[in-house]
Design a protein. Sequence first.
Lengths: 319, 348
Amino acid sequence: MAPRHTARLAQALILAAFLGLAALLATTTAEHLAQRGIRSGFDFLLEPAGFALGESLLAFEPEDSTLRAFAAGLANTLRVALPGVGLALAVGILTGFARMGDNPLLRGLASAAIDVFRNVPLLLQLLAWYFILTDLLPAADAALRLGPGVYLSKSGLALPWWGEQGFETPEIAGFGIEGGARLTPEYLAMLLGLVLYSAAYIAETLRAAVEALPPGQRLAALAMGMTPRQAFLLVLLPQAWRAALPPVTSQLLNLFKNASLAVAIGYPDLVSVAGTSLNQTGRAIECLSIVIAVYLLLSLAAAALSRHLEARNLRGGHE
Amino acid sequence: MYRLAPSPSARARIGAVAIAALACLASPAHAGKTLDGIKSRGQLACGVSTGVIGFAAADSQGQWRGLDVDVCRALAAAVLGDANKVRWVPLSAQQRFTALQSGEVDILSRNTTWSLTRDAALGLHFAGVTYYDGQGFMVAKKSKVSSAKQLKNAEICVQSGTTTEKNMSDYFRAQGIKVKPVVFDKFEPSIKAFFSGRCQAYTTDASALAFIRAKEAPNPDDYTVLPEIISKEPLAPAVRRGDDEWFAIVKWTVNALIEAEELGITQARVDGLKASPDPAIQRFLGVGEDLGKSLGLDRDWAARAVKAVGNYGEIFNRNVGADSPLKLPRGLNALWNKGGILYAQPLR
């Protein structure tokens, strides 16, 4: 047999052994659960959840199914992760530019911010942002008015938005602010924490990519009569960007996974919903495997997308 | 160019993973009875909470104290003859049932509510109620809320991992009121968020509310606990299914602590009462009949339990009642003949 075939055969055998082990693990677990009188299975997903969610992009009531609760949790995760990815990219690129720029003040500030946000554990940053927001902001009945219908208070940022009665302007009423849309302190702290943490890494990645270019590139561009700015934007950045893309996408993927820390500051994401369901039903393995499967699938999809982007980027070459 | 054949070291690693996976598949140990295991280890593995003052919390010397803790100490005294032979396993709300199911602990004595789903579907047995609790609400006095029914559209801080979220949702659905829970996985952020004014109310079991108001509030007088108790929370120790002998030992030790209060057997008097002419006291202390034998224990088991931690009334007063910082009234947790609902099945 050709060596290539041997390798294929070995791979097939390893794969078969792995799948066999996985199946054995699953059946043994199910058997042991049954032996110990522990109910298992995914039937609980269709039963009413029985608990409410503080905020949800997807309309959710306690009488809805647990499955819908998981979906609402996932929607909440995406609600913070997707804008987080866009903002982290924007803030990261701007910080990276500032870090590499000529202005010493900007450079110093960017460098200090990168050091702080990269070196403090994300969980601590999230808790710090959350308690800064909830401690410092005024109570809802004394909300800061930032503009017509825009209020900032302990219950979050209220904005005019389309609601049940058409376009609504938030008003101070009852326990807080009613009408329009509201971004809770939990959401704002999550977004802020995730964006700044990831942006610091992206800025450093970008700087590393630019500084890794051979110095001749910049010198040649300057010799051609380009200004330093033109040399950076037209010659250095396009090359650096290609090198930076894989680590940057991996950082954005990390942002998505880090969103699972949300329950620490009371944001009802997928992990929070799974934790509550686990406690109501006692189905530990089931609830956790749903979370793992969702994160795995979404991460793999995102990784495939980023590989596609990288491939296109490489093909594109110099235009 | 990135697709490389697995290197020899990678192959070795795959092999190691496979062996580890096989090891995980080995059958659960059928070590026979839980009691035999405890005796051969010389230690009772007791699952407690990670820290609820009055129920289970380590003090400044690292000693575990509380009502749930004393149940385990009484059990260790009854079974092993020494209340200190306990290995404390602090468990989060999410971990607790798995720890019991998998055999990591022999008993779960961790302010856990006895409910149908848990009893029927989690492979465990509850061995008798040690504290009748109920869920309540705490609000800031300046909010001028005097009833839970005024909490329409309020945001309510709550710690996840309990029956609390569901009770709250049930209660407000029945009232036709909508509220917004803000759910935290840890205790500290949940109360910090409430005291910073993020939520208009905080909800948990009434016993814990008393503690939080007394010990965690910046100024206890600024906060008040609302009169509504919205749920029944009978807190009970639990054991794994499949070992009826051990279940009986735990059940009757809990019963014995309550019966001791009824019979007037206290920690201080337990030795002196051996001379008592009362047949019920004699039976309890193993002077006449040997009740321990049917449980697989010796005749002094109940006497040792009471000598170690006192009777139920003493345990209550020391940990959550009049002699404790919580100062909770006996309420439902008084004996049946003293206005409460504690009623021990007869030890005979």
